[in-house]
Design a protein. Structure first.
Ligand code: DGY
Length: 292
């Protein structure tokens, strides 16, 4: 069953596999309504929409779609970084307004990226791919991750900083690439946002709930942060008006993996995972319950 956005999962006794969207909650109640279910093949790499413990209790396998959307999402993170740093939203608004009065030397000056520090939160595949791209733009990479990442260090010259506050104070741009978990929810709270380097930029292509949206509007409004580029929001599809209205805030409707190639590959992988479980085989990309 490939499920439509915005609709709750219907209760059915004849369904043994579902491919939910990352926007759909698959919790205890939904699982209880699908007593024959054997596999939840999530259509996405993030699986914070699924209650893994509830699935495990019922012996239901959960899978996701890693790798196939890495490049698409890293490309979008770079697009947001460039858009925010070079004030492209304001430039587009000015060009479209019909009120542009011509070139002048101090118009919409942004941040040059060469030699700037990009602080990457989360050194998974997408974090590394984003860092690699930014390094090609001349940025220096610092990263914050539970453990050292050989890929981040060898592919992007990343330097690990173990203390989050130290990284936030040093980075010119912070880009979020963490999964949403109990530990990361609200990680960038008001205090941490205030501790970011003055004039710096925040990019989030991971999950909205990692950042306190109200506090972010505050630090953007006060000018403490120069700009933000956001693809994700806490209660999608709601995008807070304060963020939408700020000229320094670029907002997108969760487009990270939205290329034809990535979405097809996600579908192929989700379907292959579901088929494998139904055939009694190992799925290609199972998600395991985090150890407590
Ligand atoms: C994911 O796969 O988790 C993405 O957020 C969907 O674009």
């Amino acid at each position: 069953m490939f499920h439509q956005p915005g609709l709750p999962l219907p209760a059915r006794t004849d369904v043994d596999a579902i491919i939910p969207l990352v926007s759909q909650r698959v919790g205890e109640a939904e699982l209880a309504g699908l007593p024959s279910l054997r596999v939840v093949a999530n259509y996405g790499v993030g699986y914070d929409n699924i209650d893994l413990a509830a699935a495990a209790r019922r012996g239901i396998v959960v899978t996701n779609t890693p790798d196939v959307l890495t490049d698409a999402t890293a490309d979008l993170a770079l697009a947001l970084l460039l858009t925010a740093a070079r004030r492209l939203r304001e430039g587009l608004d000015l060009a479209r307004s019909g009120e542009w009065d011509g070139w002048h030397p101090t118009q919409l000056l942004g941040m040059g990226l060469q030699g700037r520090v990009l602080g990457i939160l989360g050194a998974g595949r997408i974090g590394v791919a984003t860092a690699r791209r930014a390094a090609a733009f001349g940025m220096e990479i610092a990263y914050w991750n539970r453990s050292a990442s050989p890929a981040m260090e060898s592919e992007a010259g990343g330097q690990r900083i173990e203390d989050l506050e130290t990284l936030l104070a040093a980075a010119d741009v912070v880009s979020v690439h963490l999964p949403l978990t109990a530990e990361t929810r609200g990680l960038l709270d008001a205090a941490r946002l205030a501790s970011m380097k003055p004039g710096s930029i925040l990019v989030n292509t991971a999950r909205g709930a990692i950042v306190d949206q109200e506090a972010l509007a505050g630090v953007l409004g006060s000018g403490h942060l120069a700009a933000a580029g956001l693809d994700v929001f806490e209660n999608e599809p709601e995008i807070p008006e304060e963020l939408r209205d700020l000229p320094s805030c670029v907002v997108l409707p969760h487009l990270g993996s939205a290329t034809r190639e990535a979405r097809q590959a996600m579908w192929d992988l989700a379907a292959a995972n579901a088929r494998a479980v139904l055939a009694g085989e190992e799925p290609l990309t199972a998600v395991s319950l985090p150890s407590t």
